[in-house]
Write a protein that binds this ligand. Structure first.
Ligand SMILES: NC(=O)c1ccc[n+]([C@@H]2O[C@H](COP(=O)([O-])OP(=O)(O)OC[C@H]3O[C@@H](n4cnc5c(N)ncnc54)[C@H](OP(=O)(O)O)[C@@H]3O)[C@@H](O)[C@H]2O)c1
Length: 280
């Protein structure tokens, strides 16, 4: 599911508390407001709220940092803090979790078991791994639910996460590290590909700034084509590769036995290993 347009009001939560509204929390908030979530249903806890966030809250009637005793356990509690802040924030979170509260966590490296160990009142939880393009509402989020998550809670979680892009449900939380290695870290791989393409252009004699612009526009355009097309990337590639032509000459290098494919596998495997090491 992917959307940031208005959604049926019944698939939105009746109440939502967001703890930690930085880059990712702020992007999600923007997505929720765009899809029609009323600001009156939202409470934000972020002690040093930026000026922009204060203005958004005033504009939409969002409660920002009310006294803790005034916050009732919501239908959905979204955790948008940094993973290393979890221990410090846990005492604040405990009173926000009622028996019916769904906890939606985007904390990298923190398992559902980690959350339940720190806040024992948590029953239903979903662990989500969004990626950086969520900041332009074009992210992709891998999501794993705890066994207690109801059909209603799954629908609400999917709706909320679809506010910043595509949502992909996982068969188990163990797959989150693989999602992290592919789509979580993936935007940086594409940025690096763009840098390499620009450097290769400069090596052919193009002015460096022109090579940068050509490489950048190429990746932007190719990404947009992927976005708009239903064809798999391999078909899009074949469509622009004439036998014996220039593209084929380059692909013969990239696709040789020790070319990009094994290199990418090695890189993604390294990210996967590191995600496992950082968990806990
Ligand atoms: N950014 C990404 O691309 C990305 C991708 C996948 C997952 N994530 C996950 O998303 C989460 C947030 O990342 P981010 O990049 O949005 O970080 P961020 O910009 O630093 O946002 C975290 C926010 O939480 C606030 N905060 C700190 N302690 C708090 C507390 N005790 N109670 C309430 N708010 C508190 C921070 O305020 P101060 O700035 O004043 O400390 C900040 O506004 C992380 O867990 C990360 O693993 C991010």
């Amino acid at each position: 599911m992917s959307s940031s347009s208005l959604v049926p009001p019944e698939s939105l939560p009746s109440s939502l508390v967001l703890v930690g509204c930085g880059k990712m929390g702020g992007a999600m908030l923007e997505g929720w407001l765009r899809m029609g979530l009323s600001g009156e249903r939202v409470t934000i806890v972020d002690p040093n709220a930026a000026h922009h966030l204060v203005a958004v809250c005033e504009q939409h009637g969002i409660a920002l940092n009310p006294s803790p005793e005034l916050i009732r356990p919501p239908e959905v509690l979204v955790l948008g803090i940094k993973p290393q802040m979890l221990d410090e924030a846990s005492p604040t979170l405990a009173p926000l979790v009622g028996p019916e509260t769904l906890v939606l966590s985007i904390l990298a490296g923190k398992t559902i078991a980690d959350l339940k160990a720190r806040v024992p009142s948590i029953r239903s939880a979903v662990r989500a791994m969004p990626n950086l393009p969520a900041s332009v509402l074009r992210g992709v989020t891998g999501v794993a639910p705890s066994p207690e998550v109801s059909a209603r809670q799954r629908e609400v979680a999917e709706t909320l996460l679809s506010g910043v892009g595509r949502v992909e449900w996982l068969d188990g939380e163990h797959l989150i590290d693989a999602v992290t290695a592919v789509s979580g870290s993936g935007p940086a791989y594409v940025f690096y590909l763009t840098e390499c393409l620009a450097r290769a252009g400069a090596a052919l004699g193009l002015p460096a700034d022109l090579a940068d612009r050509l490489a950048r526009a190429t990746v932007e355009g190719a990404g947009e084509l992927l976005h708009r097309s239903d064809l798999p990337p391999g078909a899009l590639r074949e469509n622009v590769t004439s036998p014996g032509g220039t593209t084929a000459a380059a692909l013969n290098v990239l696709m040789r036995e020790n070319g990009l494919d094994p290199l990418m596998r090695e890189a993604v495997a390294a990210a996967h290993r590191r995600a496992g090491e950082l968990s806990g």
